[in-house]
Design a protein around this ligand. Structure first.
Ligand code: GDP
Ligand code: MG
Length: 175
């Protein structure tokens, strides 16, 4: 139940990052609590909604996932339009996806709309033994770009809800 002073925030959230980094898996984990299953890369557009209730606000997320267009290393302007939050994902076991994440951040910053909250997500933390990207590298890049950093695993669920709660909290402050 809404309490006095409890804001309702509707926020568009977009996911960016190379194909195969786990964007769709993260969203499904968050939205459906889905049991992990090695999935085929996404085919078809995807749009999800999820509501998080915090003490300070209720955040209604409109989550935009790609339909595989990230293959072309660029997304249509309408994908970004009006987004309040952005999540840039890479895979800790692939340096290449981290280097590409930097390009995704540039693409995001080039959109000219006011993104309030940006997260840099180092996914597949369960693949620690194959790690190619150090925590420190991710943290440093996120700091330089006004993002917050989080390591997640869509496979084990580690930090997935925490990621979206952190975004919601920051949005509640920013709105
Ligand atoms: P997307 O192309 O960025 O949407 O990536 P997907 O969500 O389709 O995931 C690509 C592949 O990585 C799939 O085989 C997933 O099962 C796998 N995957 C996604 N997240 C994780 C994770 O946290 N750990 C591991 N080990 N595999 C993952
Ligand atoms: Mg996908």
């Amino acid at each position: 139940m809404a309490r006095p002073g409890n804001k309702i925030i509707q926020a568009k959230l977009v996911l960016l990052g190379d194909m195969g980094t786990g964007k769709t898996s993260l969203v499904l984990r968050f939205v459906k609590g889905q049991i992990f299953d090695n999935q085929e890369p996404t085919i078809g557009a995807a749009f999800f909604t999820q509501i998080l209730s915090l003490s300070e606000a209720t955040v209604k997320f409109d989550i935009w996932d790609t339909a595989g267009q990230e293959r072309y290393h660029s997304l249509a302007p309408m994908y970004y339009r009006g987004a309040a939050a952005a999540v840039v994902v890479y895979d800790i076991s692939s340096m290449d996806t981290f280097l590409r994440a930097k390009k995704w951040v540039q693409e995001l910053q080039g959109q000219g709309n006011k993104i309030l909250v940006m997260a840099l997500v180092a996914n597949k933390s369960d693949l620690e033994s194959n790690r190619e990207v150090d925590v420190q590298e991710g943290e440093q890049f996120s700091e330089e770009n006004g993002m917050f950093y989080m390591e997640t695993s869509a496979k084990t669920g580690e930090n997935v809800n925490e990621l979206f709660y952190e975004i919601a909290k920051r949005l509640a402050k920013a709105f």
